[in-house]
Design a protein around this ligand. Structure first.
Ligand code: SF4
Ligand code: FES
Length: 367
């Protein structure tokens, strides 16, 4: 049976990035510039996405503005009829280029911030001046008339400043802020011991967000992505595997989620030699965990199986060694203990920053 069409495309245009955030959602094995898809292939992918029924494209990375053709790509996505959202740290982006993006049809900009304190933000980003550049881009975005969303990844280093981060987003003119606890796979898993907040801090964070939601109602929309460690049930990761989203990596591999390459048993097809529609309907990787047939107990007979789809396949694989297992974020998972106690390989206190070719370690979890 044909799967219903997806709604979103996450276009990972490059893994290149001037920053080195230790919770980066890119794979630990970063793609080289020489292996990236060219402009014409992305143009074709955007047209195929629109033909498939996709409504919006997230232009992401790495740092998508590191692509010299980012304005052309934005125009191509707009001309294909897609709603375009640029996900950026803003570092390296100049005002005239941002205005060119707006002219090319960019619909929305999502700006990642590390912290409200300049020294801390620069330290987590691994680059002096990142905080200042980032705030300039926020101002130019609003001046260009583009709707602005702020993304803030929460970890033990900044969890005590959530309220200040929200207040700053309001001052910057953002219409929405996403407060999302770090996800622990890829770089996040590698750095879990240094990033994971204490239980009490995590519980308090929810109260802080709820208080801000009440105080700032009408001024800003505050979305909260709760941490898995203290949840009762997992989130419906990707709104269900192969159900709503396609991710295309810088090299052209089509994935059901951005971390799917961490599951070694999956076979991925590439947009270099297949159409997006063909991949969506027939690729083994998309079929692997689509629907509910693949589920084991306790998910197979659970009334929530169409609500959370068994949680996150990548987290299940990372923490239990088998992607078909119930996500340990679920209280009914036999592997539940794994969500709170990191495997020995991930108990280091030193942070490993992402960097091409070599890892750099630093005690970034200072408060
Ligand atoms: Fe979700 Fe599976 Fe837990 Fe049921 S048992 S709540 S389907 S993860
Ligand atoms: Fe891959 Fe959740 S990150 S399914």
């Amino acid at each position: 049976m044909r799967p219903p069409p997806p709604i979103g495309l996450l276009a990972e245009l490059t893994h290149r990035c001037p920053l080195r955030c230790p919770y980066c959602s890119n794979p630990v094995d970063l793609a080289r510039r020489s292996a990236e898809l060219d402009t014409d292939t992305w143009r074709r992918v955007f047209r195929e996405a629109a033909d498939l029924g996709i409504l919006h494209v997230h232009l992401s990375g790495g740092e998508p503005t590191a692509r010299a053709d980012i304005v052309e790509l934005t125009r191509a996505a707009t001309e294909a009829g897609l709603y375009t959202n640029l996900i950026t740290s803003g570092v390296g982006l100049k005002q005239d280029r941002l205005e060119a993006l707006a002219t090319a049809g960019l619909d929305h900009l999502q700006l990642s911030v590390q912290d409200v304190l300049e020294t801390e933000a620069d330290r987590v980003a691994g680059r002096r001046g990142a905080h200042a550049e980032n705030r300039s881009v926020a101002g130019w975005t609003v001046a260009a008339g583009l709707p602005l969303t702020i993304n803030a990844v929460i970890h033990r280093g900044n969890i005590g400043r959530i309220e200040a981060i929200i207040d700053e987003a309001v001052a910057l003119g953002a219409r929405r802020i996403e407060i999302a606890h770090a996800q622990y796979y890829g770089w996040g898993l590698l750095n879990r011991a240094a990033l994971l907040p204490e239980r009490e801090e995590t519980l308090l964070a929810r109260t802080v967000v709820e208080r801000a939601q009440a105080r700032l109602e009408g001024a800003i929309v505050i979305d909260y992505v709760a941490p898995d460690q203290f949840a009762r049930h997992p989130k419906p990761c990707m709104s269900g595997w192969g159900r709503r989203f396609i991710v295309v990596t810088p090299t052209g591999r089509a994935l059901p989620c951005h971390a799917a390459e961490s599951i070694p048993s999956l076979e991925f097809w590439t947009v270099r030699d297949r159409s997006l529609g063909d991949i969506w309907e027939r690729s083994p990787a998309f079929a692997a965990f689509r629907g509910t047939e693949w589920m084991r107990e306790p998910c197979a007979s659970c009334p929530r199986k169409e609500v959370d789809f068994g949680g996150c396949r990548c987290q299940a694989h990372a923490l239990t060694g088998d992607a078909s297992n119930t996500d340990p974020a679920c209280i009914w998972s036999p592997g539940r203990d794994a969500i709170r106690s990191a495997p020995p390989a991930h108990r280091r206190k030193q942070v490993v920053y992402r960097k091409y070719g070599q890892a750099r370690q630093s005690p970034v979890n200072r408060r």
